[in-house]
Design a protein around this ligand. Structure first.
Ligand code: SF4
Ligand code: SF4
Length: 174
């Protein structure tokens, strides 16, 4: 093993670098304090960054016109999910024109990689990736998003309507 010894008298050679760094920091701090409108940082959470419409954030289960879930429990999203974090329990619907519906739909958000494949796989626009990205929680069970959280959380204001309408599909013979 070779050891390189620092030359004598150069023990404090790093001090100029530290002082230069501190001067740059103080210069930026004074600039920001005197030019607040030009600051590139935002005051989160009061201010939010405007994300693109294509941003893939927290999932949304869409609803029909009557407010019920659009999901037909076909399992395509769960089948395509690479993280295997979607669990669905299907049940028969009382209405014979509706084949199935989910009595339970859960996403383990800690395992989700936000790839968007569930959204791509869904044939009836029943699941979307929304603009919200906050997933902070204290207890582990709060990271399992159920139907109430996915479809009817307060931020969705009663639910997001699906673009796929049953009446229109039936009138087109689909
Ligand atoms: S975004 Fe990807 S990983 Fe997350 S639930 Fe959908 S398919 Fe699974
Ligand atoms: S969200 Fe879409 S793909 Fe997933 S089970 Fe429901 S209808 Fe099928």
């Amino acid at each position: 093993m070779s050891v390189v010894k620092r030359p004598e008298g150069k023990a404090n050679w790093y001090l100029p670098g530290i002082l230069t760094g501190m001067m740059i920091t103080i210069k930026h701090m004074i600039f920001n304090l005197t030019h607040r409108k030009q600051m590139i940082t935002i005051q989160y959470p009061e201010e939010r960054y405007p994300y693109s419409d294509r941003f893939k954030g927290n999932h949304i289960l869409t609803v029909k016109k009557d407010g019920s879930l659009r999901c037909t429990a076909c399992m395509l999203c769960a089948t395509y999910c690479p993280a295997e974090c979607i669990s669905i329990t299907a049940a028969e619907h009382d209405d014979p024109s509706v084949e199935k519906y989910p009595i339970s739909y859960e996403i383990d958000i800690l395992r989700c990689v936000f790839c968007g494949l569930c959204e791509e796989a869904c044939p009836v626009d029943a699941i979307r990736m929304g603009p919200e990205h906050q997933t902070a929680a204290i207890a582990g069970e709060n990271f399992i998003y159920d139907i109430n959280k996915l479809a009817y959380r307060s931020g969705l204001k009663g639910g997001v309507q699906s673009k796929v309408d049953d009446e229109e599909r039936h009138s087109r013979g689909l």
